[in-house]
Write a protein that binds this ligand. Structure first.
Ligand code: GLU
Length: 473
């Protein structure tokens, strides 16, 4: 996306602008605000990797935005568009995100400027391992220092390579598993991490749709059932969000990808679309939908909820006026430019901001990190105990009521918590709490929108940690 065409601001300036809007509601010394805003450390590196017969110079970054809590935390992005401004901005967003959902980390982000679609997996492995050893050399990775995770263009496979490289250079470190999150379950990952961001998006929007005052404001009925939704971007986040919305009874009327979009007013069967995508390599020409060649046009269709789940700056000053959604849920990081934000606010659109809505990923990363440090699977200690307790309780109830409960019902009631149950309930609770904290603050401080309220909440939390650290009393 051409930055100049879509916004007068750099990506980092966009976040600064949002930060400054929030700062108006706080009486905090300017120097302290400047310290919170600035990126603490930027590590930029070039390293050579032999690809085929050629030596290629790879450009890569790790940015630690804030050290007010340690370790730093944030994903690693593989994309040809990676640049310092982008990585700095995404690192800053991580700081605010973690503060909002009470995840005790400072924000960080990494990026490697490559197009993973055009590079063999052997070479991606080579690049990932070399990048990791550069991070180790500079002390930019470690369970208590800085903990990467997946982001755009990376996933479990890359996280495994990072862990393996770390372990081979830090053998004997009993906490080595906690040096990276988003690992496969067989490599110390946690059940539920893969779908966590998409599920968090679902929980956040569901919560909004259950608040009558908010729904009255945009003229919609309560609840998710029957709401018309458009999702842009079918990567890990968009895919899972689409699935959860579909299962909850919402109508996915359009799905947009790089190559184009598909539309069916009556609703798309999400799992069938994904099967079609898997078989043909594209969402286009799905039998039960119309193709939309210009994918950007899909954002402008009539709908209740629009979920941009791909990259930054997709809603900008040139298309904001044509957006018809009543609610926009920012599943991606920074999908709306400041100019577009103002236009949409005037139109009365509710924007659920990225620094809250896509925090599900880092929330479950936090659970994975805790699991790795405690060296025990969630539920291992209490599952059987809960089942025994439930059985005893049920027996008492059966005796008192003189009634037998069926085998099927018993199975449901007796079940103790598995890891996935605990992870999902922890995530659900986090997203519900986060939503109401932002909304309460928005109301009590008469803040104009959720984004500014979310920033105020985050800044307050960070200031609190600085004060507790004894810095800036
Ligand atoms: N990359 C994800 C994000 O932007 C997850 C970060 C993490 O789990 O540390 O929130």
């Amino acid at each position: 996306m051409n930055q100049n065409r879509t916004s007068a601001y750099s990506f980092f300036n966009c976040i600064e602008k949002n930060f400054d809007k929030a700062a108006r509601f706080l009486s905090i010394e300017k120097g302290l605000l400047e310290q919170i805003k600035a990126c603490n450390a930027v590590f930029r590196i070039h390293f050579p990797v032999k690809i085929g017969k050629e030596i290629k110079v790879i450009e890569a970054y790790r940015v630690q935005h804030s050290h007010h809590k340690l370790p730093c935390k944030g994903g690693i992005r593989y994309s040809i568009k990676v640049n310092q401004d982008e990585v700095m901005t995404l690192a800053a967003l991580m700081t605010y995100k973690c503060a909002i959902v009470d995840v005790p980390f400072g924000g960080a982000k990494g990026g490697i400027k490559i197009d993973p679609q055009t590079i063999s997996s052997e070479n991606i492995e080579k690049i990932t391992r070399r990048y990791t050893s550069e991070l180790i050399k500079k002390n930019f990775i470690g369970p208590g220092i800085d903990v990467p995770a997946p982001d755009y263009g990376t996933g479990e496979r890359e996280m495994s390579w990072i862990f393996d490289t770390f372990l081979s250079l830090r053998s004997g470190d009993v906490d080595a598993l906690a040096c990276v999150t988003g690992k496969p379950v067989s490599q110390g990952g946690v059940r539920g991490r893969k779908e966590a961001t998409g599920l968090g998006v679902f929980y956040g929007i569901r919560e909004l749709c259950h608040v009558k005052e908010e729904m009255d404001f945009v003229g919609l009925d309560l609840g998710l059932i029957g709401k018309k939704i458009i999702i842009q971007g079918l990567g890990n986040v968009g895919y899972h969000a689409a699935t959860f919305f579909h299962e909850a009874g919402a109508i996915i009327i359009a799905l947009a990808e790089r190559e184009g979009a598909i539309y069916n007013e009556k609703g798309l069967n999400v799992s069938k679309v994904f099967l079609h995508l898997k078989n043909t390599g594209s969402i286009l020409n799905f039998p039960e939908a119309k193709n939309i060649e210009n994918t950007e046009k899909a954002l402008e269709l009539e709908c209740d909820i629009l979920i941009p789940a791909a990259l930054e700056n997709v809603i900008h000053r040139n298309n904001a006026n044509r957006i018809k959604a009543k609610i926009i849920g920012e599943a991606a990081n920074g999908p709306i430019t400041p100019e577009a934000d103002e236009i949409l606010e005037k139109k009365g659109v509710i924007i659920v901001p990225d620094i809250y809505l896509n925090a599900g990923g880092v929330t479950v990363s936090y659970f994975e990190w805790l699991k790795n440090l405690s060296h025990v699977r969630y539920g291992r200690m209490e599952k059987k105990f809960s089942e025994n307790m439930n059985a005893e309780l049920l027996q008492v109830i059966e005796t008192i009521c003189n009634k037998k409960i069926s085998k099927e019902e018993k199975k449901i009631i007796l079940r103790g918590p598995r890891e996935i149950d605990l992870i999902r309930s922890g995530l659900e609770d986090t997203m519900i709490n986060g939503f109401h904290k932002i909304r309460d603050l928005k109301k009590s401080s008469k803040i104009e929108n959720m984004r500014t309220a979310a920033f105020v909440l985050a800044i307050n939390k960070i200031i609190d940690s600085y004060e507790k650290l004894g810095i800036f009393p």
